[in-house]
Every structure is written in C-alpha cells, then in structure tokens.
Design a protein around this ligand. Structure first.
Ligand SMILES: NC(=O)c1ccc[n+]([C@@H]2O[C@H](COP(=O)([O-])OP(=O)(O)OC[C@H]3O[C@@H](n4cnc5c(N)ncnc54)[C@H](OP(=O)(O)O)[C@@H]3O)[C@@H](O)[C@H]2O)c1
Length: 287
C-alpha cells in the first residue's frame, strides 16, 4: 500500500497502528508530546514529531502531506483528572480540528478518531448502537461526546472522518483477564451487575485499517462480541482456573462514572468487518 499516514499520539494503540501501517509500506509520521520518547519513535516511524494538540507553539504542518490520520490521544495520568481531560478532549481536540481545517494542501485526507464506548454511560444494561444518544450526565463523557462532534464536523469541510468508539482495551502487556483473576476472593468497589464493552488491540488496529481503506465516515462501535456483566465475566474467568469468585458491590458509588450498556458491533459487521477475537475468554486472545 502506498501513501502517507500520520498517528497523533503514539501510545499503546497509536504505536501498534503506526507499526502496522509502516509494515504495509506507507510512509508513517508519528507524534509524542515527550522529547524523551523521540528516540523510541525513530525506530517506529519514518517521521517522528513532537506535537501537543492545544499548544499554540506546536507545529502541525506535518498534516499537509498526509493521506490518512489516526487521532489516538489520551490523557497520560491514570486517574480521571478533569483538567487533563479538558486539555486533551477539549482544547486539544478543538485546536487539532482547526489545524486540519487550515491544511495548506489540496491532498484528500481521511481521519479516524479514537473515542470510547464509555460515552453510552448508563443505559441500564440495554443494547445500544451508534444511533443511541450518549449519556452526558458525567463530565468526562460530556467532554468525550463534544470531542467526537468537533472531529465529525470535519465531514462538512471535505475531510472524510470517522469516530471509532472502543471498548476497554486488552492485548499484549494489557492482560485484563489475569488482572481480573488476581482479584479472586477479594472485594472490588464497583457495581458487578454493570455490563462493560471490551476489544483486543489486534482488532483495534484492523478496525483502523478497515476505516482508512473504506474511507468510513460517521460513528462506529469497535468492540468485541462479549456483552456480560463484570460479575459474569469474572465468574467465567475464575471458574476456568478453579479460583474463588471476585466479590463485587451491588450498588453504584455516588461519584462513580457508570458504564452499563450492551454495545452492539453490528454496524461494522454489516460493512464486512469481523473482530478476530470474540472476547478475552477466547484462547486466541492470549496470542
Ligand atoms: N485504554 C483504554 O482502555 C481505552 C478505552 C477506550 C478508548 N480508548 C481511547 O483510545 C485512544 C488511545 O488510547 P491509548 O491507551 O493508546 O492511550 P495512551 O497509551 O495513554 O497514549 C496516549 C497518547 O496520546 C498522547 N497525547 C497526550 N496528550 C496529547 C496532546 N495534547 N496532543 C497530542 N498527543 C497527546 C500521548 O503522548 P506521549 O507519547 O507524550 O505520552 C500518548 O502518545 C484514546 O483516545 C483513548 O481515549 C482507550
């Protein structure tokens, strides 16, 4: 495959996507906000760049030469800190969208933006698809939903753009199944009746490839096939190895960001995309 592909945010997902597209023969530009990671990026991409969306001093001219762009930015702190969320999904995304609109090039660009299936929030466990309204009752979700809208506005400016709503990610170095098993016999302060969505890193990369090759526009859920509660998932994982169950709470904490939805992946499947890992219980998930 020929062409030029950019990845904004070469973190866990962005690095895997950069590796994939470079392997396919595309010329890849990849960004980090950290000068200390530049050397690492030299081995990963053809053109490493320091770029921080939202920083008016950051040079976005690399956007001019691209045919495809993946936006894979996330706050780097583990905890949900509102100002970090605002810096990335508020100021950061808005200024990046403006930079894309101001590209000094006629070259057509396709954009894929990584969001989260968590935007569905509390759907009381009901099945939801891309037409289901997002739950903006939580500040983080509202920021994510606003960021999606900002990015999708590019479609009205001649830049074909899609949003991929990811489930919680598992894959190499993110062995969520083992992490859940390690809580065997312990109390976890989360509501065990809630249903979450998940996706393997391999399928995220394949989904990004699919989105670019098909020039998808609009919103797509990129999740695996598993639609069970935390409790059922942990029971399946622990039973498998003869472990005591994880003990979950049966109520919501007042400050909790709730995600309780059966997220459908039918829209992508109808277009011909099939996740290769059906769930983290699938033996191929460990490969
Ligand atoms: N992790 C999950 O389970 C999960 C679930 C659903 C959705 N997602 C979404 O998937 C995407 C990728 O997640 P990930 O796990 O790969 O994240 P990650 O490993 O934390 O990587 C985030 C990347 O974003 C970069 N970044 C941070 N602030 C930036 C800014 N202002 N401008 C430009 N780049 C910036 C970071 O730069 P540095 O290289 O300097 O650190 C890093 O390269 C995110 O959009 C996230 O919301 C993740």
């Amino acid at each position: 495959m020929a062409g030029s592909f950019g990845v904004i945010g070469c973190g866990y997902v962005g690095s895997a996507a950069a590796h994939h597209f470079r392997h396919l023969g595309l010329e890849v530009t990849g960004t980090t906000t950290s000068p200390s990671r530049l050397q690492e990026l030299c081995d990963l991409v053809d053109h490493p760049r320091i770029y921080r969306a939202g920083d008016s001093c950051s040079d976005a001219s690399f956007l001019d030469s691209l045919d495809g762009l993946l936006i894979a930015m996330a706050p780097t702190s583990v905890s949900m800190e509102e100002d970090q969320y605002r810096a990335v999904y508020g100021t950061g995304v808005t200024s990046l969208v403006e930079a894309i609109k101001s590209r000094q090039s006629e070259r057509p660009l396709h954009v894929s933006y990584l969001s989260s299936a968590g935007v569905y929030g509390n759907q009381l466990g009901a099945v939801c698809d891309e037409s289901t309204p997002t739950d903006r009752s939580n500040t983080a979700n509202a920021l994510l939903a606003d960021a999606e809208e900002a990015v999708l506005s590019l479609n009205g400016f001649g830049t074909s753009t899609c949003v991929l709503r990811l489930g919680g990610i598992y894959g190499p170095n993110k062995d969520i199944a083992s992490f859940i098993r390690s809580a065997s016999g312990h109390m976890v302060p989360k509501n065990g009746s809630h249903i979450n969505a998940w996706v393997h890193l391999r399928d995220i990369v394949q989904g990004i490839d699919f989105a670019y090759q098909q020039r998808l526009h609009g919103v797509f859920n990129l999740v695996d096939d598993l639609q069970v509660s935390r409790r059922d998932l942990s029971n399946l994982l622990c039973d498998d190895e003869g472990l005591a169950p994880v003990i979950w709470e049966n109520h919501d904490r007042s400050d909790a960001r709730i995600f309780n939805a059966r997220v459908s992946n039918e829209k992508l499947k109808q277009l011909g995309f099939q996740p290769s890992v059906r769930s983290m219980l699938d033996p191929v998930a460990a490969i």
